[in-house]
Design a protein around this ligand. Structure first.
Ligand code: F6R
Length: 600
């Protein structure tokens, strides 16, 4: 969470930093700031709220060609101008931005900074005050910076300006993502390549505990003990248009609409010219060898994991457990003899998942990451990576990443069955292309979902989603989508479980959206709909193909039963989108959230 940028070149640094921060706003958006440096000194502009608010306070007349910037998701101290980055040392000589959490900041304050008066509630300020403190020991800024970083426990991607050296940015990284971008007479830093595509598409990845000195013409990477490190750059394969809304009012709507293309893209990446599944042989062998798979994920990715369990167990017969990442280490199950851990994560940066990855790697277990961001922390630190090829997902609410994760899991399940010599009556590639067509049809029916959102969700304070079997898992995702962007209290429920307590919440007009896409539970879920309708609920049934009945509010075109979730979720994504719109909510940047959850 939080995003940082830095620029040193020949152009107006303010504008480049602000544009970069706009691209990083998905990482946090409760306050933001920039610091630019010129011969007169460092100029800091910061504001509570979005980058748009920051723009209003930046003095246009300040000329500077170097600087750093930050967009914040508050951890230590409430969102406010006082806690917004950049932060300065007492003398104002040093200025810093930081993404991450310094776990031992209180201890460092006690040990080294007793006499210092702090001007923010943040953990970050400790870093910049320590640099100033260690400079009193008559050492170079670089040595002082390295000494500070070596004392920090926790995560950081950080950039430091020294007023006395306006031609340099000092950079450090541990556990939080950070890239250095290389240009001609210009160099940049960014939490995500997207932020600096405006300057360059060539980047160098930084490793944990590295320190970098960035000037206009050079990037010097060093280990924390000062040894120079050589590293090649890579070209970011990002199309600038992927990260623009184009004609769409919101990224979320664009990303919902992109799902048919994403599924077709996955098909093209995972199928060879002979129609066979393409999968790394080592992944194939490791999957086959494992006696149990442990899927670890959070939020929407956890919901994809639930479907993954059903797909893998049904198709390949391999036992699977799915665990919420933040709970796994505290409620650890008994592990099998040969476990394989599968981390599902859109961003590849989720700290809760990484905590599990670090733990299981220490214990010597193999790990596979399924992610939309190859090169992300979870991807780098696992033994294997499978890419979901969904393209950048900018809206905070995950949509296309979820369906992409399930598509890859379906392919994986079939490949595993093939590797075990099991004949499967299910061609994932062919069935996924039917799903892509169905998704297209669903995306063309926006008015219907807009009307459902208006009729059922305009004034309600709560909503229930009910379903059975795979539909139940989609209900969990539908409820998460609705609550995160519309702030309607929503719950996904197993149809049969309602009467064991939750049905007490049903009153006259309570919206209950029921999914009826599974043949074997069609009658029973319809029975559950009758139960809530008898107690006054406003029921809305979304069914599929042969499960449809005359009065259903919407019928989804039929897709293979293994893949029903990929189609069924689209009406729920669109209903959530329109519900949020009708309630004037900020669809792409819902309150209190951030896209990349890099704190535990
Ligand atoms: C919900 C959403 C979150 C993420 C969760 C995990 O729309 O986006 O629930 O799914 O924070 O993030 P990743 O998948 O990046 O690990």
């Amino acid at each position: 969470m939080c995003g940082i940028v830095g620029y040193i070149g020949n152009e107006d640094a303010k504008e480049i930093l602000l544009k970069g921060l706009e691209k990083l706003e998905y990482r946090g958006y409760d306050s933001a700031g920039i610091a630019v440096v010129n011969k007169e000194g460092v100029h800091i502009y910061k504001e509570k709220g979005r980058i748009a608010s920051l723009r209003n306070v930046v003095d246009e007349s300040t000329e500077a060609t170097a600087g750093i910037g930050h967009t914040r998701w508050a951890t230590h101290g409430p969102p406010s101008k006082r806690n917004a980055h950049p932060h300065q040392s007492t003398s104002s000589r040093f200025t810093i931005v930081h993404n991450g959490v310094i776990e031992n900041y209180e201890q460092l304050k006690r040990e080294y900074l007793e006499d210092v008066t702090f001007t923010s509630d943040t953990d970050t300020e400790v870093i910049v005050q320590l640099v100033e403190q260690f400079m009193k020991e008559d050492q170079s800024v670089e040595a002082a910076f390295r000494k500070v970083l070596s004392l920090l426990k926790g995560s950081y991607a950080t950039a430091l300006l020294d007023e006395q050296e306006p031609e340099k940015i000092y950079v450090g990284k541990n556990k939080s993502p950070l890239l250095v971008g290389i240009g001609d007479g210009v160099n940049v830093i960014a939490s995500d390549a997207m932020a600096m595509l405006q300057v360059t598409n060539q980047f160098v990845e930084l490793m944990d505990k590295e320190v970098v000195i960035v000037t206009r013409d050079a990037v010097t990477i060093k280990s924390i003990d000062g040894q120079t490190v050589e590293r090649d750059h890579f070209v970011a394969e990002l199309d600038a248009s992927d990260i623009e809304k184009g004609t769409y009012p919101h990224f979320m709507l664009k990303e919902i609409d992109e799902q048919p293309f994403v599924i077709r893209n996955i098909i093209s990446k995972y199928q060879d010219d002979n129609g066979q599944i393409i999968l790394d042989e080592d992944i194939r062998a490791t999957l086959k060898e494992a006696d149990r798979l442990y899927i670890i994920a959070a939020g929407t990715s956890y919901h994809a994991g639930l479907m993954g369990k059903q797909l893998i167990e049904t198709i390949s017969g391999k036992p699977v457990e799915v665990h919420i990442a933040s709970e796994f280490l505290y409620n650890m199950p008994l592990l099998s003899e040969k476990p394989l851990f599968i981390f599902i994560s859109q961003s590849g940066e989720t700290a809760d998942s990484r905590g599990v990855l670090v733990d299981i790697k220490e214990k010597g277990y193999p790990a596979l990451t399924i992610t939309n961001v190859p090169g992300s922390t979870l991807s780098r630190e696992a033994d294997f990576t499978l890419h979901t090829h969904a393209g950048p997902e900018i809206a905070v609410a995950s949509t296309k990443a979820y369906t992409a994760q399930m598509a890859v899991l379906a392919i994986l399940a079939c490949d595993l069955a093939n590797a075990k010599g099991i004949t499967v009556d299910f061609d994932p590639i062919q069935e996924l292309s039917i799903v892509a067509n169905a998704m297209e049809t669903l995306c063309d029916k926006k008015e219907t979902f807009e009307k459902i959102a208006r009729d059922y969700l305009s004034i309600t304070r709560n909503c229930f989603f009910i379903g059975r079997a795979a539909d139940y898992y989609v209900c969990l995702e539908g409820a998460l989508k609705l609550k995160e962007i519309s702030y309607i209290q929503a719950e996904g429920f197993a149809g049969g479980e309602l009467k064991h307590g939750t049905i007490a919440l049903i009153e006259d007009g309570t919206p209950v959206i029921a999914l009826a896409t599974q043949d074997h539970v069609n009658l029973s879920i319809r029975g559950n709909v009758k139960e809530v309708a008898a107690r006054g609920a406003a029921t809305c049934i979304i069914s599929m193909g042969d499960c449809a009945q005359e009065d259903d509010q919407f019928v989804i075109p039929p897709v293979h039963k293994h893949l029903s979730a990929l189609a069924t979720v689209i009406p729920l994504q669109l209903i959530s989108y329109y519900a949020a719109l009708h309630r004037d909510c900020d669809v792409d940047k819902p309150r209190n959230l951030a896209k990349s959850v890099t704190v535990e």
